[in-house]
Design a protein around this ligand. Structure first.
Ligand code: ZN
Length: 290
């Protein structure tokens, strides 16, 4: 090969090399921009809208957050990390699953149902799910052992629509009731809890978690706090009307429930609690109707 050909070939190779580097560089830049945009959207969009757009996140998440540092038991996927979530007063890092948008509380309840109950294995359970979490919905709906119905005041994804203060259902209907993150929104929580207790069968059980300030002994209520900004500052979210403290189980007891406390730290390995990114101080209240 003559010197000129060699030089031409070398220059061609250099050109090919340069364009490859340029391509890789532009892919990396695009990847970084998409990742930043993705993170921004997950933090900026209100959760109901996020949930409506969840199919987009399901498409991108496996590429953007490939890894095995954290694990979501609901979608059964691992990631390099979870995303941050929460308003300024309740902001947490590394908590939001980038695939199906589960938070610590969803993963805790799911693991509890799987490991500590017969929810997925019992022969037949009649289940009422108030304000159904989108991340659970497809899983619960396809469970053949569940006679499963959802309800909400307005949500279009719910089967029934009613006000929890006056539930238009007969007494003693359900084996299991879920009603999470609702009692901090309603006018009269005891009345709503009592109504839910009424429609449960004797021997049935329920989970009704709320945002709980573990540093506060007594639930904080103040009817003069009405603006969305003040409610967010005092009660953690613009549409909350109270902030429950460690006396939350007593509210449930006043409504007629027997309350059992499930502490994940006593049952599960610390490494699991960490890799599922659960909130170590979160207690799960299991409510029984006898
Ligand atoms: Zn997930």
């Amino acid at each position: 090969m003559c010197r000129k050909e060699e030089s031409n070939n070398f220059s061609c190779l250099t050109k090919v090399g340069k364009s490859k580097v340029r391509n890789i560089f532009s892919v990396c830049c695009t990847f970084r921009v998409v990742k930043k945009l993705y993170k921004f959207l997950l933090n900026a969009l209100p959760r109901p809208l996020l949930i409506r757009l969840s199919y987009i996140f399901k498409f991108f998440a496996p590429f953007l957050y490939r890894g095995s540092a954290v694990e979501c038991p609901v979608c059964e996927r691992s990631f390099s990390k979870f995303l941050s979530y929460g308003s300024e007063v309740a902001h947490r890092e590394n908590v939001l699953c980038p695939y199906d948008l589960t938070l610590e509380r969803h993963r805790l309840m799911w693991l509890y149902l799987q490991r500590e109950t017969n929810f997925f294995t019992a022969q037949k359970l009649k289940v009422l799910h108030i304000a159904p979490e989108q991340c659970f919905l497809p899983h619960f709906k396809k469970q053949k052992n569940l006679d499963y119905i959802t309800a909400d005041l307005v949500s279009p994804i719910a089967d029934l629509h009613f006000d929890l203060h006056n539930i238009p259902l007969e007494d003693q209907q359900y084996d299991v009731v879920f009603c999470n993150h609702v009692m901090e929104h309603v006018d009269d929580p005891i009345r709503c809890m009592s109504e839910l207790q009424r429609v449960m069968k004797n021997g049935g059980w329920a989970i009704m978690q709320v945002p709980q300030d573990v540093t506060r002994d007594v639930t904080y209520e103040d009817a003069s706090i009405t603006s969305p900004a003040d409610r967010e500052k005092h009660f953690w979210q613009k549409d909350h009307v109270r902030l429950f403290g460690m006396d939350y189980p007593q509210w449930l007891e006043r409504a007629g429930f027997t309350v059992e406390v499930f502490d994940m730290n006593e049952k599960w390995e610390p490494t699991e609690v960490e890799s599922y990114r659960l909130m170590k101080k979160e207690k799960l209240y299991i409510l029984k109707k006898s």
